[in-house]
Each structure stands twice: as structure tokens, then as C-alpha cells.
Design a protein around this ligand. Structure first.
Ligand code: URA
Length: 245
């Protein structure tokens, strides 16, 4: 790896680059891991009304009509508490798809995915991989913010997944990187813990799109030590894609 390539990796891992400290003419090199606190998510859940738009309709929509359906969606009660929906962002021709859980407060305000603190870390993960944020596509399992950033309820996931499924069939990514337990279990339709979902290439859908699971950036903000394992996952994704892991 060249010096130019290693910089973004060190930034993601939170390793402060070599710093000159002149003490009595001596030069000292040091690095320091960051510690970033975050609140745990609430466990409150909601009960859901029946869906209003059939899954079969969603499965036939092109990008713009799909985005329109999402913005007016009333398939679950989150439509009553959201400021706006968060469809996803990036290139509709991307080879890489990154999938998170659900919008947070900042995403709900801006209508864009991963624009808060976790989003800054996701950008740094993407750049550490030698990719550009606007060259990939970023989406979430849920298109609306669960109030108070609680975990998505199973019925909310069920109501919203057809949108992500359709985004994936339109995008036809060469690889999917899934961020965190909830997104991984939702996309893979399993209750297997994330510890067993990570570390191996999985596959998504009838076309067997390779899928790699890693930790959610919000988890990495709370547990920066896990960034090393996450970097291993991202290298696995790069190797799978045919990059330079
Ligand atoms: N966390 C997510 O899972 N998605 C976002 O868009 C923001 C934070």
C-alpha cells in the first residue's frame, strides 16, 4: 500500500498519524485510539396497520416512481412520526451498495442516509477502501426514522424491505456491504448473531450477489477497538470484488 493509500485507512482506524513532538531535541512518535461515547438504542416497539401498497407493485417500479412511492409511503406507522423519508443516495450505477439500519435524527432532518456522526465514520470506511462516497450507493433497511432511534420493529422491517429489495434489483450491485446486526439479519432473513454472519462472504437474492457483513459505524463509534475487525471485513469485501485487500 502506498503512503497515499494508507492515509484514509489510518483515519478510519483512528490512528493519529506520526506526530512530531520535540522534547529536549528528541523526536517522539505516537498514536492514540479515539474514545467516542454513544447512548444505547431504546427497545420500545410499535404495532403496525396493514400495508397500503402491495409488494408486487413495488417490485415493478423504476427508480423515480420507486422514490416517489417511498416519499409518500404509509405502509407503517413510522410515516406519522418522520419528518421525511430517506430513500438512499449515491450513484444508481454503483458496483458497491452499503446498507444500514434506519435513518437517525440528522438523516430524518436532511432526507439523506448516513449524514450524522455514524455517517462520517461510514464515509471514512468507504474512503479507506479506496472508494468515493458518491461513487457507491448507500441505503437503509428502513426508509423512516424510528422515534428516539429505537431498534426497528419486525413489522416495520417487513413493511419496508420490498423497497430495499427493489433498489437492489434496479442497482444490480456487484457486492453488498451490510452494516450491523439488524440490517444483516433483515437482508439474510436469519436470526444468526452478527458474530457468525461476519467473516464469510454470504449471498443475496436469486442472483447470488456477494454480501459481506460488518459492524455498524454507530457500534464502531462506541467500540473503536472493533474497527480492526471491521477493517478485516472491508478487506474481505475488497478481495471478493477483486480489489486490493
Ligand atoms: N444509521 C443507519 O443505520 N442509517 C443511517 O442512515 C444513519 C445512521
Amino acid at each position: 500500500m502506498s503512503a497515499r493509500e494508507i492515509g484514509p485507512v489510518l483515519d478510519f482506524l483512528g490512528i493519529t498519524r506520526w506526530r512530531e513532538q520535540r522534547q529536549g531535541g528528541e523526536r517522539q512518535d505516537e498514536w492514540s485510539p479515539p474514545t467516542l461515547p454513544a447512548a444505547p438504542p431504546s427497545k420500545q416497539s410499535v404495532s403496525l396497520p396493514p400495508g397500503s401498497v402491495p409488494d408486487g407493485v413495488i417490485a415493478g417500479l423504476d427508480w423515480d416512481p420507486l422514490a416517489e412511492r417511498v416519499s409518500g409511503c404509509e405502509r407503517c406507522p413510522l410515516c406519522r412520526t418522520r419528518t421525511q423519508t430517506v430513500f438512499g443516495s449515491g450513484s444508481r450505477h454503483a458496483d458497491w451498495l452499503f446498507v444500514g439500519e434506519a435513518p437517525g435524527a440528522e438523516e430524518d432532518r436532511q432526507g439523506l442516509p448516513f449524514v450524522g456522526r455514524a455517517g462520517q465514520l461510514l464515509t471514512s470506511m468507504i474512503e479507506a477502501m479506496g472508494l468515493e462516497r458518491n461513487g457507491v450507493f448507500i441505503s437503509n433497511v428502513l426508509k423512516c426514522r424510528p422515534p428516539g432511534n429505537r431498534d426497528p420493529a419486525p413489522d416495520e422491517i417487513k413493511a419496508c424491505l420490498p423497497y430495499l429489495d427493489r433498489q437492489i434489483s434496479l442497482l444490480k450491485p456487484k457486492i453488498v456491504v451490510v452494516l450491523g446486526r439488524i440490517a444483516a439479519q433483515s437482508l439474510l432473513a436469519t436470526e444468526v448473531p452478527i458474530s457468525r454472519l461476519r467473516g464469510q462472504v454470504r449471498s443475496y437474492g436469486p442472483d447470488g450477489i456477494p454480501l459481506v457483513v460488518t459492524y455498524h459505524p454507530a457500534y464502531l463509534l462506541r467500540n473503536p477497538i472493533a474497527k480492526r475487525e471491521s477493517w478485516r471485513d472491508l478487506r474481505l469485501a475488497l478481495a471478493t470484488f477483486g480489489g486490493r485487500a
